[in-house]
Ligand binder design. Structure first.
Ligand code: GLU
Length: 307
């Protein structure tokens, strides 16, 4: 990338401000920062606040990133400020006949027989070809529709730096929920494109969403980003770490005398970029960073990690 490039490419960390970040989120943030900075990209933060949020959680999350030494390029973008943009894109897709109204409940979808040849887990197509009269009937019964994309593929291939070429399901997924909120799968694609994000580093629980998102990006005329789906942090039962596991946020750990510097050293060690007892900062970790050497397995976090 030349320095004269008017829209330098970017990576990002996109937390949901529903509470404090835990060690798993912080490790993903560190990786997103390392991948962006080591490739000369801007590093952006986007608050994905279309769902449940907790007052002040955004500021707490930013403070935690700062405490680890992770700097981002301002401004922090809030999805709740971008509702008009999402709506106009949804309207444009609707105007192009690329969507349909779906009145199904979650349960109806689970219980519906799957369409012939439809892959497991795909939307069964129940509302795809409803007549005007059938739609009116459902509305009259008090149901409000979600909006689904009318997909013209059943799978799509993305490129992932850790997983290689990954092909996964694309079905008629929801782009606007039945309460009128733009769906995550729509907002993430619109924002990544608008912010010049061409590298998406996030937890590998989202790998299976990436074909849908990349497909939507191409429908909207954007080049899909390169993905890096990184291994998750798991608890001793090998279940995805959550706050219920206790002592997993910077605040919890500080209360036990574990400083952010020590947390950073442990995160680096878990990525084979340092020793747990070492004094290390993010620029030292960045100098050692080699994506090809990253561990490919989840990090199992046990209570003895900090003792
Ligand atoms: N907001 C999502 C989360 O916190 C991440 C979405 C993404 O990185 O695309 O899990």
């Amino acid at each position: 990338m030349s320095t004269a490039d008017p829209t330098p490419s970017a990576g990002r960390f996109a937390p949901s401000p529903s509470g404090e970040l835990h060690v798993g989120n912080l490790r993903t943030a560190l990786l997103a920062w390392l991948f962006a900075r080591s490739t000369g990209r801007r590093f952006l933060i986007r608050m994905e606040d279309l769902d449940r949020t907790a007052v002040g959680a955004d500021q707490g999350q930013l403070a935690d990133l700062t405490a680890l030494g992770l700097e981002w390029d301002p401004p922090v973008v809030y999805q709740s400020d971008r509702l008009d943009t999402y709506r106009s894109i949804i309207d444009a897709l609707r105007g192009d006949g690329r969507t349909f109204e779906c009145f199904c409940t979650r349960r109806e979808i689970l219980e519906a027989p799957s369409a012939p040849h439809a892959p497991q887990g795909a939307y069964p197509g129940t509302c795809r070809d409803l007549t005007d009269a059938q739609r009116a009937e459902r509305r009259a019964a008090g149901r409000s529709p979600a909006t689904r994309i009318r997909a013209d593929v059943t799978d799509f291939t993305v490129v992932d730096e850790l997983h290689g070429s990954y092909t996964g399901l694309v079905d008629d997924f929801v782009i606007e929920r039945n309460d009128g909120t733009p769906a995550y799968n729509l907002a993430v694609v619109v924002d990544d494109a608008a912010q010049g994000i061409d590298q998406v580093v996030r937890g590998d629980d989202l790998l299976s969403s990436s074909p849908r998102q990349a497909y939507l990006a191409t429908l909207l005329g954007h080049r899909p980003p390169t993905y890096v789906h990184v291994p998750m942090v798991l608890n001793p039962e090998h279940i995805r770490l959550s706050k219920r596991d206790g002592a997993v946020t910077l605040a919890d750990l500080a209360a036990r005398g574990v400083t952010p510097e020590r947390v950073l050293a442990h995160l680096a060690a878990s990525l084979h970029l340092g020793e747990p007892e070492e004094s290390v900062d993010v620029s030292t970790i960045a100098a050692r960073f080699d994506p090809s050497e990253l561990p490919r397995d989840p990090w199992i976090l046990t209570a003895t990690e900090w003792t």
